[in-house]
Design a protein around this ligand. Sequence first.
Ligand SMILES: Cc1cc2nc3c(=O)[nH]c(=O)nc-3n(C[C@H](O)[C@H](O)[C@H](O)COP(=O)(O)OP(=O)(O)OC[C@H]3O[C@@H](n4cnc5c(N)ncnc54)[C@H](O)[C@@H]3O)c2cc1C
Length: 452
Amino acid sequence: MSEKYDLIIIGGGPGGLAAGAFAAAKGKRVLVIEKDGWGGTCTHRGCIPTKALLSCSKHFADLKKLKRMGINIKEASVDFAAIKKHQQQIVKVSDLGAQKMLTDAGAEIRQGFGEIISPSEVRFTDSSAKSEIFPARNIMIAWGSAPQVLPGITLSERVMTSDGILNLHTLPSSIIIVGGSVIGVEFATFFVELGAKVTIVEMLDSLLPLEDEECAELLRQELNRLGVVIHTSTSLERLQDTGSSVRMTAQKDGKPMEMSADCALLCTGRKPFFNAEELKKLGIQYSPSGIAVDANMMTNIEGIYAVGDVTGGMMLAHRAMHQARFAAGRICGENDLIYNENVIPSVVYSHPQIARVGCTQKRAEDEGISVEIIRSPYSANIIARADLMGQGFVKAIFHQDKLIGATIVGEDAAELIAPLTLAVCAAMTRKQLRSWVLPHPTLTEILAFLSA
Ligand SMILES: Cc1cc2nc3c(=O)[nH]c(=O)nc-3n(C[C@H](O)[C@H](O)[C@H](O)COP(=O)(O)OP(=O)(O)OC[C@H]3O[C@@H](n4cnc5c(N)ncnc54)[C@H](O)[C@@H]3O)c2cc1C
């Protein structure tokens, strides 16, 4: 048996990478085991490929604006194979970057399957089925999540989850997207911008139920304007691959509805990815919504930690990374990092984007928190005007003069939320924000109202 590791991490997604790099940089002996691709779901089936695709479709859609700027483009067309090549290249860069991040920090990495066989031992099995047992002082589970498929639905060449759709080689001329949450809305944006006929079917009465209602409504209008057909209050009954297309039957407001398309994408949520037998054998507490952890990200078994999507809750890469750094900090004896789930920002990368941090207006209303809401429209910002960014606004939420939340809908909302995240994290007051100077002319001046 080899010398004891201070930390063995199973899973090389954002959580595993962040914990591995953190602990190794602090001089700990760290091993990270990954069975598929380095960077996990984020790099191979999530954040990175989708954003590479959305970049392409946005550039294509933005060509229509150029005429108003005096630039005439006669023939623009989509080369889907080249778009896919761009996607693959960006994924490769991200995968290599993930490996480099770990090895530069001094972590050991192994490609293969990791299994916890006791609270201090991990069995590693490589692709040739060769196994080795490694002893560890601490073990971290960073197994991630997987798409959730509705009961009664069979996946096929034309009925796919987000994993499958990312491997499409031809642009469908029509697609039914089941689920109007973040992933569904992002794919709808991509396909409609490239010219596909897109239909979203959502069981609830609005898209993006977790987002600010006004922001979600503005996005719905924009998707409609682009041509996306949205059926809310519609529940899927049957989805059938006919061999050449898909046929869907659903109930909308109690009435039957039928439609066909080239393919269907299921965006009906994700579930933590775990082997229940392994957890039961070790006595680790879990539920269908995730592995249970305490405030230090430790499971009920001393020395076994769990981070990221496998713990349930907000399934976001930066949340996984922060949980992981926080837990690795505890393992390294550092207690200065703070983990506060309430100040983790989230972004919907549609066009326009929606980004939010902290408390929403709805949450404040539901919890009876008295708030002052201040808005700033994109139309009042000169860079947004010059770049023909269209509609959007920032909504800042103050409680007793402190900034407790913000939501933005509009172009580059993902970037604009960063300074607001800092301000919400620091619970900055109006008085403190008044000393904030923003460069002119910039889109960030849309936040100038905070210092007025
Ligand atoms: C389409 C899509 C778009 C997304 N877009 C965004 C976005 O824009 N921003 C954002 O923040 N989040 C986004 N996410 C979510 C994000 O990808 C996840 O929250 C994030 O990847 C979770 O990180 P993780 O480390 O917990 O798990 P994962 O990234 O899932 O990584 C877990 C890794 O563990 C490995 N593993 C599991 N079991 C074992 C084992 N026994 N042995 C060895 N290896 C194992 C898996 O192979 C996997 O690589 C998106 C997700 C999807 C599906």
